[in-house]
Design a protein around this ligand. Structure first.
Ligand SMILES: Cc1cc2nc3c(=O)[nH]c(=O)nc-3n(C[C@H](O)[C@H](O)[C@H](O)COP(=O)(O)O)c2cc1C
Length: 320
């Protein structure tokens, strides 16, 4: 009954993985995708996306991190996957779900789901290139234009030798619009022998229970739900174990966000320094009404001094 943290490009970088895994309940993470074209990528690119490479491919609290590659050509994918392993990656994940136009126009991500044989070739090349003890996994959607190719793609993943499959229960055309079609995953689970992880639209403990019932999967992956409720995995585990658990308060979340802001500000140039925090606040506002108020206050602020003032106001509001 594993709970994994979803890869989220532009959002879930190593600081966020550290924060969320420290809160607890998570059994594994995946990096944002690293785009592979024709070249062998230099270490600095791998390190940018997977700083955990320097720490046995684990977050500071010891949670394993898979490194995700996205690309459409088997050979460069295989070369870069092997390179990653030589740099210390312990597990490789391959992205077949990204809906972005820039990625799809280069024949990467979800558009590969139109051609299951290409999904097969990429996974097979990577599987053949990296040592046997290194797991290779894939993350797919249910299809591209529609959901009709879900089983062909899932079977291609398994027959190419992947060790695990995560399924985001929507097609590319479905975008991120609810619902997620978890029952399709149950068909895949029934047919495949490798572990299948269900993903999509889990925001609450109740969603988790429904997803497990409908997908027939023991393992799930949480994305936006964890950003809106950072201790969702912890809440779920407490629920499963019949343990008492007090969900995080807004004051605790706000302090956590402030610490994240202080740690990451030096990494962004002046006017962009608050962007990541604003983005996270948008997700948090689904769960915490105070996050919306904070967002309204901070959204037009771009100077570090002003943003810090907003934090201090929000934090002092928590004490009233
Ligand atoms: C902003 C954003 C970035 C994402 N980036 C990636 C990515 O780099 N690799 C990937 O496989 N999926 C990516 N996804 C998809 C998520 O991993 C996940 O499959 C999707 O959000 C559905 O799960 P959720 O409803 O729990 O959020 C991204 C999703 C979002 C919203």
């Amino acid at each position: 009954m594993r709970i994994m943290l979803a890869p989220m490009e532009g959002v879930v970088e190593h600081h966020v993985r550290d924060i969320l895994t420290r809160i607890g309940g998570l059994d594994g993470c995946v990096t944002e995708f690293i785009r592979v074209t024709d070249q062998k990528l230099p270490y600095r690119v791998f390190y940018k996306y997977a700083q955990e490479l320097e720490h046995d491919s684990k977050t500071p609290n010891g949670t394993p991190v898979k490194v995700q590659l996205l690309g459409s050509k088997p050979e460069p994918m295989a070369i870069n996957a092997l390179e990653l392993v030589q740099y210390g990656a312990k597990s490789i994940d391959l992205n077949f779900g990204c809906p972005a136009k820039t990625v799809n126009s280069h024949e990467g991500g979800a558009c590969l789901l139109r051609t299951p044989d290409r999904v097969y070739s990429i996974i097979k090349a990577v599987r053949d290139a990296v040592p046997k003890e290194i797991p290779v996994s894939a993350k797919i959607r249910l299809g591209f234009e529609d959901r009709s190719t879900y089983m062909e793609n899932a079977s291609a993943v398994e027959s190419a030798g992947a060790n695990e499959l995560t399924v985001h229960a929507r097609s590319k055309a479905d975008g991120y619009k609810p619902p997620a079609y978890w029952h399709y995953i149950a068909d895949i689970k029934a047919k495949l022998k490798i572990p299948v992880i269900a993903n999509g639209e889990i925001w609450t403990i109740d969603d988790y229970i429904k997803c497990r019932e409908q997908s027939q999967c023991d393992d799930v992956m949480l994305g936006r739900g964890l950003l809106s409720c950072p201790d969702l995995a912890r809440q779920i585990k407490a629920h499963l174990n019949n343990e008492a658990y007090e969900p995080l308060t807004w004051a605790e979340i706000c302090q956590m966000l402030f610490d994240y802001y202080k740690k990451t500000t030096p990494l962004y140039d002046g006017r962009n320094c608050g962007n990541r925090v604003k983005q996270w606040l948008m997700y948090l506002s689904r769960q915490y009404p105070q996050a919306q108020l904070f967002f309204d206050d901070v959204k037009r602020k771009s100077l570090p001094y002003d943003i810090e003032e907003c934090f201090l106001t929000a934090l002092s509001g928590c004490k009233i």
